[in-house]
Design a protein around this ligand. Structure first.
Ligand code: ACO
Length: 324
């Protein structure tokens, strides 16, 4: 049994804030040149007051289901990867389950920060392979604008809001002529680095602001070496080589990290899906949003080998190999 990727969808809030508006309208001591040169980010979407991880996640899920041609009633598992849930409980995933009219089944949230979508893909794939689910919605949904310290120019310029979703269905695939589906997911974490990227306090904590804190240079130092190692691990586990990769769909944090990964994998720039310029870093939503963007543009074709990778708070990092 394999998990086949049946469709992808995305949702972005209507409000777009360009880099130059951050300086002019938000009063942040920054510039378009500083942000663009260091990160590749040109703009971000910001959620409206009524928009939440569940409302955006549901919108992305409905688009993914429509593109897959699968009714919501067929969905028996919903996983939402998020660091910005609607509330500590119930899970954002159960709100999505109700909002889209999913069939009988189960729904839960998963917390692995920017690596959340990779972890969620790994969890959904395992549930499908073991027969506990037949049709899973894997969603990344974030409202980081609500956990940013808007007085900290080192972090508030980097993130945006949005949601992305992928529909996985149980199918044959392994061993057939196409060999389609999720080949494997590889997950890692190292809690010794918990403090270099974290939310200060929050529900269940005895104090703190509830806002995001990051030692940017420290995170950067870990990124490329850990991502390259986990992609290598995924290729080796499947007896594949870098030359087999058709598309890199990386977590969209920073263009310098994305470009470095493309170079490490020997991929030309037009084989790397980039949305960070338009979406900024949407954490767990960034990979499914990039997949939805690529699929809307008709980039990824049936049979293409796609590498997805991410690193984020935890530290957590991981990679998924999938043949579309
Ligand atoms: N505008 C203008 N100047 C700024 C801004 C800003 N928005 N932010 C910081 N600066 C200033 C600093 O005050 C500092 O000034 P100083 O030299 O006078 O003290 C100077 O710019 C350099 O600051 P650094 O923080 O050292 O800047 P750096 O070159 O490291 O770039 C960045 C910061 C872009 C965050 C970088 O460290 C990075 O890309 N890190 C990777 C982490 C990342 O992408 N995290 C995203 C979340 S994790 C993930 O998803 C992987």
């Amino acid at each position: 049994m394999r998990s086949l990727i049946a469709g992808c969808g995305g949702y972005l809030p209507e409000r777009v804030v360009r880099n130059d508006q951050l300086a002019a309208e938000f009063g942040i001591e920054t510039s378009d040149a500083w942000i663009t040169e260091r990160t590749g980010i040109r703009q971000r979407h910001i959620a409206a007051p009524g928009e939440t991880a569940s409302s955006m996640g549901a919108a992305a899920a409905l688009q993914a289901l429509e593109r897959a041609g699968i009714p919501a009633a067929a969905v028996d598992c919903v996983i939402v990867a998020t660091a910005t849930p609607d509330s500590a409980f119930p899970a954002t995933a159960v709100r999505v389950q109700a909002a889209i009219g999913a069939g009988p089944g189960f729904a839960f949230d998963l917390a692995a920060a920017c690596t959340g979508f990779i972890y969620a893909l790994g969890a959904a794939d395992a549930l499908i392979r073991t027969g506990q689910a037949r049709c899973a919605l894997v969603i990344g949904a974030e409202t980081y604008s609500r956990i940013l310290d808007w007085t900290d120019r080192g972090t508030c310029v980097l993130f945006g809001d949005g949601a992305g979703a992928v529909v996985l269905t149980a199918g044959e695939g392994a061993g057939d002529a196409t060999d389609r589906g999720i080949l494997s997911t590889h997950m890692h974490s190292d809690g010794r680095f918990a403090d270099i990227l974290h939310i200060e306090g929050g529900a269940g904590s005895t104090g703190g602001t509830g806002l995001l804190r990051m030692a940017g240079r420290e995170v950067f130092r870990h990124a490329v070496s850990k991502l390259a190692a986990v992609v290598d691990q995924a290729l080796t586990a499947n007896g594949l080589a870098q030359s087999d990769i058709r598309w890199l769909v990386p977590h969209q944090a920073n263009l310098r990290i994305i470009d470095a990964m493309g170079r490490k994998l020997g991929l030309p720039k037009d084989r790397v899906v980039v949305t960070v310029d338009r979406h900024a870093n949407t954490s767990a939503a960034s990979i499914p949003l990039a997949l939805a963007d690529a699929s809307a543009r008709g980039l990824i074709e049936r049979g293409d080998l796609v590498v997805m990778e991410a690193i984020g708070g935890g530290l957590t990092w991981g990679a998924t190999l999938a043949r579309f």
